[in-house]
Design a protein around this ligand. Structure first.
Ligand code: ARG
Ligand code: ASP
Length: 714
């Protein structure tokens, strides 16, 4: 049975088109195009990606580095998630105008709010530069030399590759180092906030509903790209004008039904679909449990304070959501990997792999790959775990240690680059920490520290012995009463004066001393060894990928996500999360009302929305008298796909991707088409909120609504 399942994954010509995978849009012709058409797509590969005429890709934007957004009007209107625009919305908020709480709607273009530093990147063209990048690499023996050569070649290609003066380019590796693609891009730097619903719509269900289906969140916000008068990227200026795109997405009002073709076009961040079983075991048994335990402790402390104190709740809401997001994901991921027997499936595949190596007489090239993996994963275990402890405790979840670590880096800059570089960096650090301290509560962080330092000391391998035997309570009291890192004022005084004086003062600070011990230990005893083994593993992973492509010529291999533009496609489809339970594809406003808890910070519903629900004031957005809210499909997505458009068979916008279902969170490591689903806001809910809730008809008027199923245009 298991073997059967495995071979279905690798069957050559499927009877029914297969699903899963994130594909490069410039390489869809052939296998993908025909699969997509089998699934119901009515377009060609060229309609999706073309460099001669406009195509769908001209409407897809890498939003501020981490999310996706799409252009939905001829005037550069951008749609993305509420959680992707969250920081911008928060930055524009104050007690008088709390846009997180109440929402924000610009009634005209001059009310749109600029966001310094926010960027939106379009892909101009994609080019295969593999041969040039790998020139002179195969004859080198060590991994380090190979990587160095690859870097040199890439730098050279990037410098000489033809592009316009306002464009950039970058090279990314695919198939674990077996393919290199160059992307010519255009980055817009004047992006303004246009609209956002209140959090009670945009973040409805918050952390309780995060990663969960059925879902009822209107997770969207709206921005606009501005360009100079030649329609080119430019820094913010009030003379800039709305960008005229090569393509913008028409919006379908016809809705979806089970079985419909859908595709998601965006910038998935990172997947690891080709790990050997040893790596997956390590994630399930060692790394995920440690990270979960640390975050669990931090979250409990923060939650306790947030429930008692409203000011702390505001200060920590965004931080809490960030920590909780991956905490919850790792729990779901481990559960899903276990339930789907991912390790055994990998092992079965490895047995078959080894058989084929022998059958084809390739023992010399590939015969030792699996045993080398096993050796290296054993060797890296403690270093990987110690590294995760350092990152989670020092860098991500204890605020005082995070500040201390930034100062540690400052000291390194002084040592390596001198006084001037030190002063520049110091100025930046001091500036950026001002905002940080506004949301810092010393009592919260003190308790987090005490819990986390104890976990770190007792459980991390490769930690200096004094941390194992330390009196954690006493250390905590001492640091939080004496260190200058606990307030902005003290920090400023600590950092005032010339470099040598600052360094001396730092060395006397109790908090800094502790960070320095941990960071020195990390850079001396953990990171060099980790990096060295990781480099070897990277080389093995490249060879393993190459071997799989050779030995399974009919296999359906897609390159792991790497924050580049990808297409993933599938069908609107429900699923069985557990025995006797079936989840349907769509949720409705009725479900929002079922979850409604008046005054609750996760499940409150705005009065105006309740009113619209009662009067059924739905305009053209309802289906059978109900407002659709979210839906699911088999598109294979990951972090970074948030804000990506969900498109119908003709390339019209039908939804906005924002999450995945609980049972399928393991899809970054093992995609199972039976239960992995992505979650999208139905575009009709977005329009309903913009039109009926916010009354922002000005925005609706900019968009182009279509009725593909009725084939009439409004
Ligand atoms: N899980 C989704 C993603 O990974 C949504 C996260 C934002 N929502 C939240 N409650 N933290 O980004
Ligand atoms: N919520 C994720 C994001 O922000 C999407 C996902 O992981 O499915 O990109």
């Amino acid at each position: 049975m298991k073997l059967l399942k495995l071979f279905i994954l690798f069957l050559s010509f499927p009877i029914l088109a297969q699903q899963g995978g994130m594909w490069v849009p410039s390489m869809l012709e052939g296998m993908n195009e025909s699969e997509m058409q089998q699934l119901g797509m009515k377009m060609t590969a060229e309609d999706i990606y073309d460099t001669n005429t406009s195509s769908l890709k001209d409407a897809i934007v890498h939003f501020d580095g981490g999310c996706t957004a799409e252009i939905i009007s001829p005037k550069g209107l951008l749609l993305t998630n509420h959680h992707c625009g969250y920081d911008a919305i928060q930055n524009h908020s104050s007690i008088e105008h709390d846009y997180l709480q109440d929402g924000f709607w610009a009634k005209s273009q001059n009310e749109e709010l600029p966001n310094p530093k926010m960027v939106a990147t379009l892909i101009v063209s994609i080019h295969d530069v593999t041969n040039t990048v790998l020139e002179g690499v195969s004859q080198l023996t060590s991994e380090a030399e190979k990587q160095k050569k690859i870097q040199e070649n890439s730098n050279r290609i990037q410098k000489s590759f033809p592009k316009e003066s306002w464009q950039e380019n970058k090279i990314k590796t695919f198939y674990e180092g077996n393919q290199y693609l160059l992307f010519v891009t255009e980055t817009f730097k004047d992006i303004r906030l246009v609209g956002a619903p209140p959090s009670s719509i945009g973040k409805f269900g918050s952390d309780t509903d995060n990663w969960v289906w059925p879902r009822h969140t209107g997770d969207f916000s709206i921005f606009r790209i501005y360009a100079d008068k030649n329609n080119k990227p430019a820094e913010y200026s009030k003379d800039n004008v709305p960008y005229t795109p090569k393509h913008f997405l028409p919006i379908s009002l016809d809705g979806i039904s089970e079985g419909d073709f859908t595709m998601v076009f965006g910038f998935p961040g990172r997947t690891q679909e080709y790990l050997p079983s040893f790596a997956v075991e390590q994630i399930i048994n060692t790394l995920n449990p440690a990270k979960i335990e640390i975050r669990d402790a931090a979250l409990k402390v923060q939650d306790g304070f947030m429930r008692k104190d409203k000011a702390i709740k505001i200060q920590y809401a965004s931080k809490y959501a960030r920590i909780a997001n991956y905490w919850k994901k790792w729990i779901g991921e481990s559960q899903g990997l276990k339930k789907s027997d991912a390790v055994q499936l990998k092992k079965d595949f490895e047995t078959e792999f080894q058989k084929r190596v022998v059958a084809q007489g390739k023992q010399d090239t590939y015969g030792n790959l699996l045993s080398d993996f096993e050796k290296n994963y054993k060797a890296i275990n403690d270093y990987a775990l110690a590294r995760d402890y350092f990152i989670e405790v020092v860098y991500r979840n204890t605020e005082l240690l995070n500040v201390g670590f930034r100062l540690y880096q400052l000291e390194q800059i002084y040592k390596t680059k001198g006084e001037q570089a030190f002063n520049d960096r110091k100025e930046n650090t001091v500036k950026s920490l001002e905002n940080f301290y506004k949301d810092f509560n010393v009592n919260v962080d003190k308790q987090v520290f005490e819990k986390l330092i104890a976990l770190y000391g007792q459980k991390s391998p490769l930690i200096p012995t004094e941390f194992k035997t330390m009196d954690y309570g006493k250390t905590t009291d001492e640091i939080y009463s004496k260190s200058k890192l606990t307030s902005y004022k003290n920090l400023q005084s600590l950092l005032s004066g010339e470099a040598s004086k600052v360094i001396k003062a730092l060395h006397k600070d109790k908090g800094y001393q502790l960070v320095k011990k941990l960071a020195d230990n990390f850079y001396e005893n953990i990171s060099p060894k980790y990096d060295a083994i990781d480099l070897e593993i990277g080389g093995l992973q490249r060879d393993y990928m190459k071997a799989q492509l050779e030995l399974f010529p009919d296999g359906r291999f897609f390159p792991d996500a790497n924050s580049t533009l990808r297409i993933t496609y599938g069908q609107v489809k429900g699923y069985h999360p557990s025995d006797a339970v079936y989840y349907e594809t769509s949720t409705h406003l009725e479900g929002v009302m079922e979850k409604y808890i008046p005054g609750d910070y996760e499940f409150d519903v705005p009065a105006k929305l309740i009113e619209l629900y009662k009067t059924k004031n739905y305009g053209p957005y309802a289906e059978n008298g109900k407002i659709p809210v979210c839906f699911i499909a088999t598109n294979h997505t990951t972090g970074g796909n948030s804000g990506s458009p969900a498109l119908d068979a003709n390339g019209n916008l039908i939804g906005l991707n924002f999450d995945r279902v609980w049972e399928g969170t393991m899809s970054d490591i093992h995609y199972d088409p039976e239960i992995c689903r992505n979650i999208m806001v139905d575009i009709r809910y977005v329009l309903f909120i913009i039109d009926k809730y916010a009354g922002a008809e000005n925005l609706i008027d900019e968009m182009q609504m279509v009725h593909p199923k009725k084939s009439t245009k409004k």
